[in-house]
Ligand binder design. Sequence first.
Ligand SMILES: C[S@@+](CC[C@H](N)C(=O)[O-])C[C@H]1O[C@@H](n2cnc3c(N)ncnc32)[C@H](O)[C@@H]1O
Length: 260
Amino acid sequence: MTAPTDAEHAPNVARMYDYFLGGCHNFAADRAAAEKILEIFPDTGIAAQANRHFLRRAVRHAAEQGIRQFLDIGAGLPTQGNVHEIVRQVAPDSRVVYVDHDPIAVAYARRLLPTDDRTVVVHADLRRPDELLAHPEVRAAIDLDRPVAVLLVAVLHFVTDAEDPYAAVARLRDATAPGSHLVVSHLTMDGAPPLPAQQGQAVYRRSSAPLVPRAHADVLRFLDGYDLVEPGLVPVAEWRPDGEPQERVSHGYGGVGVRR
Ligand SMILES: C[S@@+](CC[C@H](N)C(=O)[O-])C[C@H]1O[C@@H](n2cnc3c(N)ncnc32)[C@H](O)[C@@H]1O
C-alpha cells in the first residue's frame, strides 16, 4: 500500500483483521496493534481464518437454499474467498452488495473487486440502517420483496450497546422478506480469563473502533425473529464443518437464521 495519510496513522480494525488473515493491505500502526493482540491471544490469526471459513460455509448454505441476493455489512477489505466468489460457484446470477463504513476499506474494495451491476461496494453504516437500506446502489441491486441474506460477520462486536445494535438488526430484519437469512458471527470472551480480555479491549480502545465481546445469550438476541438453522449459535468452527482443512479454533459464535 502507498504511504499512510494522517487518518491512516491510527490502528484500524479492518486493516488489523487483514493483517491477522495474512493480507498486505495494512500499515505499521495496524501491524503494531495487531501484534499486541497476538501477544495476548496468540491464536488470533487462526481464529480469523476460522471466521472466514464460517462465512464461506454459511454463505454457501444460503445460496444452496435459493438465496440470490447478499448484503454483506462490515465486509472489510477484499481477501481470498470473497462473498461474490463463493455464491457464484452455486448461483452465477447472484447479486452481492458489500457495505462498510470505513472509507479506506470501501476504496480498496472498489479498486480490487470486479464491480458491476451484480457486485456493488457501498459506503454506509450499520448503525444507520434506514440510510443503508435507502442507499440508491443498495436499492438498485437488492429487491427487498425477495429473500436476501444479510451478513453481519465479525462486525457487531464493533458496535457498543449505547449505539443500540439490536435496534439496527431488528430494522434490517423488518425490512427484509420472510425466508431471508441472517448470518451472524460475533466475538465472545465466554470462558476467557478476565485479564487478557481487558488487555485486548484496551488495544482496540486506541484503534478505530472499540471491541465489545458479548456472551452467548446476548449474541442470540440478534437472531430474534429468525428460526435458527442447525446446529444453532455455536463456536464458529463448529458450525457445519465441511471437511475443508481447518484448525478448530473459535474466538466467537456463529449462526444462521431464517426470517419467519
Ligand atoms: C473484522 S472485519 C470483518 C470483515 C468480514 N465481515 C469478515 O468477517 O471476514 C470488521 C469490518 O466491519 C467494519 N465495520 C465496523 N463497524 C461498522 C459499522 N458500524 N458499519 C459498517 N461497517 C462497520 C470495519 O470497518 C471492518 O471492515
